[in-house]
Design a binder for this molecule. Sequence first.
Ligand SMILES: [Zn+2]
Ligand SMILES: [Zn+2]
Length: 352
Amino acid sequence: MYTAKAYSAAGASSPLASSKISRRDPAERDVQIEILFCGICHSDLHSVRNEWSEFMPTAYPIVPGHEIVGRVTKVGSDVTKFKPGDLAAIGCMVDSDGTCPNCHAGLEQFCPNMILTFNSPDRHLGGVTYGGYSESIVVDEHFALSVPANLPLAGAAPLLCAGITTYSPMRHWRVGPGKKVGVVGLGGLGHMAVKFAHALGAHVVVFTTSPGKKDDACRLGADEVVVSRNIDEMKKHTSSFDFILDAVSADHDVSAYISLLGLDGNLTLVGAPPKPLPVAAFGLIMGRRSLSGSAIGGIPETQEMLDFCGEHNITADVEVIPIQKVNEAYSRLLKSDVKYRFSIDMASLKSE
Ligand SMILES: [Zn+2]
Ligand SMILES: [Zn+2]
């Protein structure tokens, strides 16, 4: 065991502050990573403030962060994927049982014994796992990903959650050339969805409530932008989409988007509105449309996504901040005042 610097919150209403945590020494299959950048995901904020207490109560102190990139500093004797000096990334998971059908299928995110990067039971040290707002992390090499060398690291960090969360459903629903794809909500997830759908060769339509986002949406790869409050504009697209990715986490009219799907079209939810969404049954019945959800991606697919980003030079649009500005970043996140993701430069932790 060793001591690592971190930023943690002591309670639901406490700010994140400098602290020390224990990490395990790397065992045979472990890699130790010096964290260089960590993205700020909305779920960091939800967990710090215990807003998901019903299904995932927060254990304090909490060290959030699951969009991690860094450099390998030490490897265990059985490690084959990495050597010291390599770039490596960690996403939302650090462990699973490795034996269930989902693990065998490379869908570790659906393993009943999956361990999240933070606020999950820590099998090695007891207590809970601590995330990426820290100078280092130790994980089983299976859960460490390789980062293409051409990607700028600050923008690569958010690929580990915002990236894979949008890439995975697009692959599942076969987004590609000749497909018409909608993206609802242009935030951390939505802006990645636009980049992926464009790179996969689809015709991309962005739905937004703010006409001011039009230029930015086109810059990110949108072919068309629809202001969703304009009913006439919406109607023009009735029954025409193959796939719509809905990344809105606030209350909204999902049936209005379902009616824009063509035959066998699918709408996948990746945002998580707190209240149930009303769905019109006829909207699904007519056209055999479907409504589904999706959660991150398995380890093989996460590596595939990173390699795809390397080939297409895709990273998130980030605002880099020092860890000392993390509380301010949280308040700005609540106002959607970031284009489009905060990425913490973890070198700033050295002065603590
Ligand atoms: Zn996340
Ligand atoms: Zn499993």
